[in-house]
Design a protein around this ligand. Structure first.
Ligand code: PGA
Length: 258
């Protein structure tokens, strides 16, 4: 596991965007696992900027982590709409190569099975993740047991509270979502989890504490052979000093970390 710390979310994002660009440039058919939420917004802005400078997405396939149950693709708070507004409509990716679970499916079990078949057919090269304040990744919420494959989840009160800010009428917010499961996420060849802000410091510390627990779904990432936590100054502030972790903090070592 690697930890990369940058003074600001903006600098951290440039680092991640460069890694994505390198993958897209290198691979003939790259598959990106994508996330929604506030954290990756800057990343998508940077990727759109790269596209305007010539980076093509025509050969890229994207697979998103999750979607609310009951929201149509064009609903302002749906994750399909989020992806269209922040990335898809600004780059040259063919719509047929972008995948988000269908929250309107009449048969949700069949939709989950369809998504699993899609994941099997398109192994993810690089999975981008945020982290919820309760440690969720995708919508894999803390529970006594975690599901491995795509499934319907009932959102926790904490997630409902955190995401209510996006809904003009929080009462109209869906209580359920479709999400990729933990094993599907862990099958990505490489994973980058981005966390920015002091309000994420506590959960980042819990995810990296060394204990793997279903109470903190992101802690399972410790078991992946190629995962990088990309943090800003706020999100890393509760981590034990670097020598204890055996990881490199390049900016800290160079005295550039404030
Ligand atoms: P955020 O959400 O990026 O809006 O903080 C992260 C998450 O819930 O996974």
């Amino acid at each position: 596991m690697k930890i990369r710390v940058f003074p600001t979310a903006e600098l951290a994002t440039v680092y991640v965007a460069a890694l994505v660009e390198s993958l897209i440039t290198r691979e003939p058919h790259p598959v990106l696992g994508l996330a929604t939420g506030a954290t990756p917004v800057l990343l998508y802005r940077q990727l759109v900027a790269f596209h305007r400078q010539g980076l093509s997405f025509a050969h890229v396939t994207t697979i998103n982590l999750d979607e609310y149950v009951g929201l149509a693709p064009d609903h302002p708070q749906s994750y399909r709409r989020f992806m269209e507004e922040h990335l898809f409509r600004h780059v040259d990716i063919p719509p047929t190569q972008t995948h988000v679970p269908n929250g309107m499916a009449a048969d949700l079990a069949a939709e989950c099975a369809r998504y699993d078949a899609l994941l099997a057919a398109h192994p993810i090269d690089l999975q981008i993740l945020g982290i919820g304040h309760n440690g969720h990744i995708g919508f894999n919420e803390p529970e006594g047991a975690l599901k491995t494959r795509t499934h319907v989840v009932t959102l926790t009160a904490e997630t409902l509270r955190a995401n209510a800010r996006y809904f003009p009428d929080p009462g109209a917010m869906p209580r359920q979502a479709i999400t990729m499961g933990l094993e599907s996420i862990l099958q990505a060849k490489a994973i980058i989890l981005m966390a920015f802000g002091a309000d994420k410091a506590q959960i980042v510390q819990a995810a990296l504490s060394g204990e793997v627990s279903t109470a903190v779904p992101a802690s399972f990432l410790q078991m992946h052979p190629n995962v990088t936590f990309v943090l800003d100054a706020g999100a890393c502030q509760l981590l034990t000093p670097p020598e204890h972790w055996g990881v490199s903090f390049p900016l800290l070592e160079q005295g550039q970390f404030t």
